[in-house]
Design a protein around this ligand. Sequence first.
Ligand SMILES: N[C@@H](CCC(=O)N[C@@H](CS)C(=O)NCC(=O)O)C(=O)O
Length: 206
Amino acid sequence: MKMKLYLSLTSPYARKVRIVVQELGLGDLVSEAVVDPFNAPADFLVANPLSKVPTLVTEKGETLPDSKLIVEYLQTRGRGLATLPRGAQRWILLRRQQLAEGIVDAAVAMRLEQALRPAEYVYQGWIDRQTAAINRALDALNSEAAELLHDGAIRTVEISVGVALGYLDFRHAHLQWRSGRERLASWYFGFAQRASMLASQPPAGA
Ligand SMILES: N[C@@H](CCC(=O)N[C@@H](CS)C(=O)NCC(=O)O)C(=O)O
């Protein structure tokens, strides 16, 4: 029996997990089950009462209902990602990763506001706040882009940044995140060519 990964092909959180699976060489151990968390099948709700993707069920039946938990777990199962150092550099890297994860949180919040709410309930002030947060975090990442790894053994930091930028392209292209952020754009241009990034692209038109 394989691990079962519940996911949606458009979720950036699920994309991060799919990239980690591939980078760690665990593809043969994981079967993917595409679900719609807004129209959830019963077995998925048993695995994750919160009805969020991604959710992993291990071979032993343990359930992991969050991308961070899943990534931490998968790193105990495979090799291929560079581990974070101890000491001061660790916190610099984790802060950078958190900025990328915060961009995803803000971008998903915007998407839900724009795509799921009836038009009369959409709150532009909320969208503006998320946009401002995304732009500030992008500026910070741009100023640190020289420290992001391109190839070889990357870290979860780079995966988080790559997923965040890919999601902005997918759902919020109008933000034109590359504008004025040439260093980050140049890094992403190379990073987006990794096999794991190419294989996990969201379907066009979804
Ligand atoms: N903290 C969770 C967030 C997962 C999440 O919000 N996924 C979205 C899809 S992008 C979802 O399933 N939403 C359904 C809902 O909010 O009810 C993680 O990192 O896995």
